[in-house]
Design a protein around this ligand. Structure first.
Ligand code: DSN
Length: 420
């Protein structure tokens, strides 16, 4: 007799199934506009929930600490090869459990405790792991930051000036809430001027870079990290890439045994599936449409008198500034959610409100583009966002807009079905 049930989840655990079903309904009946989210293909999800969830494979392909790793080796090697093909690099580590783990491993590999790094300030669009004081990156290392100028664009002259002053061992470029193209060549010039290693964190823009819709960090960055679940549309996870064999070796050791144990092979299998999707000719069209849709959002909101940090977008997101308005990013995001639109509150440069309230909302186009929405739908949605932001306390209006948007979503059914 087996000591496990062979029932499907729907009968094996009705409580968990019920929660999943409700989350499915939420995802299928709200406009998903969080800039760091996306909808994976069913194939990616199938691999994430696959047989590899049972397997331990500490180590790397052909160098494992467990038996029975033949297929673990095959799937990890495939993911590595596909990732290297996408970004045109020589070495990749597909084991990081997340983007934060990926960045942590780079620091662990290349910095000693107390040595310095220079990254984009969290409030100006950077990420926690780029040196924020509340993160390991700001606690374990001597972290300095740069930001954007009054026009909301990265001020490369300021980056150079700070870099020359603080002489970081690692210069981090890449952002979580920055709507403009990042000039990796300029960052490399700055890194070279102070003898720093350049780390490019492309978590947000990886799917665009993969389609040549954003400048590539290669050959400029010494090491590149990313998540796999944002514009890259894979399972939740991280990756690290480089063309430098010595750095690759240090990073492999930093991931395992440095900061992680067994890799999540089911996630690595799903990464391989997602990378396969990125390598198809359709990917270019997707990435182009993601950018076009974000541009429409920016154009409509600007026409309607809203302020966008940097005045527009070159990528998959916009950052609406609510500085000077009598409502916060928190209130705006709640009002939008009530209207059926999911976004996140976000600090803006020189924010006057706390990180819990913020004076901004970040809005992205990647997930709705996956559902097949184009300029026409984004124009319509942008106007509805404008309506909500003009009347943040008008709950009757929000309910009305939600009904209309749920009807719009009927034409773009998530996974083409009505149940999980
Ligand atoms: N939290 C992610 C984002 O939303 O951009 C970054 O890690």
């Amino acid at each position: 007799m087996h000591f496990i049930t062979t029932q499907r989840l729907s009968t094996a655990d009705e409580t968990v199934f019920g929660i999943l079903q409700r989350e499915f309904t939420r995802q299928a009946t709200h406009l998903e506009m969080i800039a760091s989210e996306n909808f994976t293909s069913p194939a990616v999800m199938e691999a994430t929930g696959s047989i590899f969830t049972n397997k331990y494979a500490e180590g790397y392909p052909q160098k494992r600490y467990y038996g029975g790793c033949a297929y673990a080796d095959e799937i990890e090697q495939l993911a590595i090869e596909r990732l290297c093909e996408i970004f045109g690099c020589a070495y990749a580590n597909v084991q990081p459990h997340s983007g934060s783990q990926a960045n942590g491993a780079v620091y662990a590999a290349l910095l000693n405790a107390g040595e310095s790094l220079l990254g984009m300030d969290l409030q100006q669009g950077g990420h926690l792991t780029h040196g924020a004081k509340v993160s390991f990156s700001g606690k374990n290392y001597h972290a300095f930051s740069y930001g954007v100028g009054a026009n909301g664009l990265i001020d490369y002259a300021q980056v150079m000036e700070v870099a020359k002053r603080v002489k970081p061992k690692i210069l981090v470029c890449g952002a979580s809430a920055y709507a403009r193209e990042i000039d990796f060549a300029k960052f490399r010039e700055i890194a070279d001027a102070v003898g720093a290693i350049l780390l490019a964190d492309i978590a947000h823009i990886a799917g665009l870079v993969a389609a040549d819709e954003h400048m590539s960090p290669f050959p400029y960055a010494h090491v590149v990290t990313s998540t796999t679940h944002k514009t890259l549309r894979g399972p939740r996870g991280g990756v690290i890439m480089t063309n430098d064999e010595a750095i690759a070796k240090k990073i492999n050791a930093a991931i395992f045994p440095g900061i992680q144990g067994g890799p999540l092979l089911h996630v690595i299998a799903a990464k391989a599936v997602a990378f396969g999707e990125v390598l198809t000719p359709q990917w270019k069209a997707y990435a182009k449409q993601v950018k076009r849709n974000a541009r429409v959002l920016s154009e409509v909101l600007l026409q309607r008198g809203f302020e966008l940090v940097s005045g527009g977008t070159d990528n998959h997101l916009i950052l609406v500034s609510l500085l000077g308005r009598d409502f916060s990013g928190e209130e705006a995001s709640i009002a939008l959610e009530n209207a059926g639109i999911t976004v996140n509150k976000n600090s803006v440069p020189n924010d006057t409100r706390s990180a819990k309230l913020t004076s901004g909302v970040r809005i992205g186009s990647a997930a709705l583009t996956t559902l097949g929405m184009k300029e026409k739908e984004f124009r319509h949605i942008a106007h509805r966002i404008g309506d909500v932001l003009e009347e943040v306390h008008n709950t009757a209006l929000h309910v009305k807009i939600k009904k209309e948007l749920v009807a719009l979503l009927q034409n773009f059914q998530l996974y083409g079905c009505a149940t999980y």
